[in-house]
Design a binder for this molecule. Structure first.
Ligand code: HEM
Length: 116
């Protein structure tokens, strides 16, 4: 599956669209946007999973993978709480932390952009 692993562009596109859809759902919840968001979870997991299988070298890849999944989990928690009209502050805070850790490791690891 060369098109998934020859660059990180598809992966980046997947999670950027995912984040945008999350904020759209957060601002104005609708079932349709939530469904579209879930499709992009799959794209992010498949594109990230392909990079993972191709390039994994060391435990930092496992950390990246774990925090990415946790980030997606927190998105679901926040939207679930919002829908029920319950406070989502704790999950929102965890989401921000997990997302930053995921992006940090993504940029630290050697494929694509390598900032840290
Ligand atoms: C919350 C969603 C996600 C975010 C915000 C995210 C963020 C990033 C970022 C910023 C990069 C660096 C791209 C580059 O330097 O060109 C990256 C690469 C990568 N991501 Fe994700 N990602 C997410 C989901 C996932 C998932 C679910 C997996 C695994 C199943 C995954 C595995 C990878 C791998 C293996 C790389 C390549 C690392 C490298 O060698 O540089 N990502 N991701």
């Amino acid at each position: 599956m060369d098109f998934l692993t020859s660059s990180t562009h598809l992966h980046i596109t997947s999670w950027v669209v995912m984040l945008v859809l999350f904020f759209v759902a957060l601002a104005k919840y609708s079932k349709g946007v939530h469904m579209a968001l879930r499709v992009f979870y799959i794209f992010a997991i498949v594109s990230g999973g392909a990079l993972f299988l191709e390039y994994r070298s060391g435990f930092e890849y496992d950390i990246k993978f774990t925090f990415a999944i946790l980030t997606i989990g927190m998105m679901e928690m926040v939207l679930g709480k919002k829908q029920k009209g319950k406070p989502a502050g704790v999950f929102m805070a965890l989401l921000v932390v997990f997302a930053l850790v995921t992006i940090f490791y993504g940029l630290k690891l050697p494929m694509g952009m390598d900032f840290f």
